[in-house]
Design a protein around this ligand. Sequence first.
Ligand code: SF4
Length: 214
Amino acid sequence: MTAADYLPSTPRPSLQELSTAAHGCQGCDLYKHATQTVFGEGATRAEVMLVGEQPGDREDLEGEPFVGPAGRLLDQALERAGIDRDRAYVTNAVKHFKWEARGKRRIHRPPNKYEIGACKPWLQAELLAVEPKLVIAMGGTAARALLERDVKIMTERGQVVRNGHRPPVAITVHPSSILRSRDDEERRVAMEAFVEDLRHALSEAGRDTGNTDD
Ligand code: SF4
């Protein structure tokens, strides 16, 4: 069983219909230990879709993507790159929080290939519904789900991959990697590089559409 078994039967479901259906998804085992499905959010016809890995502890409790510390950092980076989050669509490759208990804390565990594949129908349906001009894959899980191959983030970051009729996919790090910096200087440098990846992705997408105002 995968998420495909829970997709609405209508040919082109709306984001609202998809979100409602995803809240009942049992397409893999991750729903068993998470609080709720965390579906994507944002503008219905967003030009930019940002894809992360999976909801974190805060997102799992609040039911919204990127509302925890990584989300705050993402907000800052988007603002600096000139991307209005209210006009973007933000989601994750996997819609349930995978974690393990360490004392009283819930520690993030990366989803495996099976879980990423099982959840992919939701991501594909979001892409069809939103029709973004640019997709930004943040981190290895998102890049793997979107490009269907292994991606070495630190060597491929900054690249914008064009693949036939699909929207181009820009590769960058997940914002949580910036939070793991060892000191302020490392964090500053990591943030600069992240913002630069976002700016570059935007300018490449503008080149594709002939719109360089972005
Ligand atoms: S992680 Fe995805 S496929 Fe698995 S139960 Fe959640 S929504 Fe369904």
